[in-house]
Structure formats: C-alpha cells, structure tokens
Ligand binder design. Structure first.
Ligand SMILES: [Zn+2]
Length: 172
C-alpha cells in the first residue's frame, strides 16, 4: 500500500499503523507524538513506535526507514528448556507467527528459529510470545546471558539507526 505521511499528518490522524502498515480503526491502541495521534494494530507495534518513534515518522526532511521500505532482517535461534510436544511446538509457531514482522518460524528440537524484521519485532517481544504459550525458555545462565546481550545489541542497533536520521550518518 502507498504511504502518504504528509497527507495523513494534515488530517491529524493516521489511518495506517506507521510500524507495520496495517489499516487501523479509530478504537485501535494509540500514542501521542509531536501533537499527533498515531494508531496501531497491536500493543507490539505501539511499543516499537514509542521506543524509537523517529524510525517510523522520520525527522524534518528525512523520511523514516519504514516509509522508505527499509528492513533490518534478522535470523535468530531461541532455545527452549526442553523439547516441546508437537502441540506445544505448534502453539509456539502460531504465537510467534502472529507477531508483526515475522518472516519465518520453525521449531527443531529445543530450537525455535525465527527470521524477522527488527524494525517491527524484537527478540524480547518474540521471547514474550514464546513464554505466553507456556513454553519455557532455556534458563541456564549462559542462555540468560546471551539473551541479555542480544537485547542490548538490538537496542543499540535501533538507537543508532534512529540517531543516523539526524543527518550525515555520523556517530557520537
Ligand atoms: Zn502494527
């Protein structure tokens, strides 16, 4: 679908979720930013927006990465504490697949392989979706540490990408 942000800004409301591009109704979850009301298909997209709004609305004279169709594709493995039953594996695939920005989700033994767009979904949100099915993530210390590092790296990548929109792509 086409993106016409200026037209929407003039009407002081978004008819499309600025994170995933889905059409949204007047009762959708919303967030105020720079005097405008933005609406979202889900709490997931609202969270992405509120943490790094400029990735989705840009800055003056600089279109947002999402408006340009940019993606930050990732492929990661999330290890479960135990091999899931076929029913549990199906529930995990369904819950992760229901998130926005998921390209693929496969369960192989204890491993949940997920390909996703970091601009729409984060490892933390994927882990929350997995945990929401009742499947436990590997809670051994090395696994917990690697998840913490991954959260930090993703947050840093998003913050740097948002900062780059200030112009010139320079880093401080
Ligand atoms: Zn959305």
């Amino acid at each position: 679908m086409g993106f016409h942000p200026h037209q929407r800004l003039m009407t002081n409301k978004y008819d499309f979720d600025p994170v995933c591009g889905m059409p949204v109704g007047p009762d959708a979850p919303s967030s105020r930013f720079m005097g405008f009301t933005f609406r979202f298909c889900s709490g997931q997209c609202r969270q992405r927006f509120e943490e790094h709004p400029h990735l989705y609305v840009g800055r003056p004279g600089v279109p947002a990465p999402r408006q340009r169709g940019e993606t930050l594709p990732k492929r990661r493995c999330f290890n479960l504490a135990a091999i899931p039953s076929p029913e549990q594996a199906a529930a995990v695939r369904e819950a992760v697949g229901a998130l926005m920005g998921i390209y693929e989700c496969q369960v192989e033994g204890r491993s949940v392989w997920v390909s996703y767009d970091l601009l729409q979904s984060t490892a933390r949100q994927i882990e929350d979706a997995i945990a929401g099915t009742g499947a436990a993530l590997d809670d051994a210390l090395p696994a917990r540490l690697s998840r913490a590092v991954l959260h930090y790296l993703e947050e840093t990548e998003l913050a740097n990408r948002e900062h780059d929109l200030d112009g010139g792509g320079h880093h401080h």
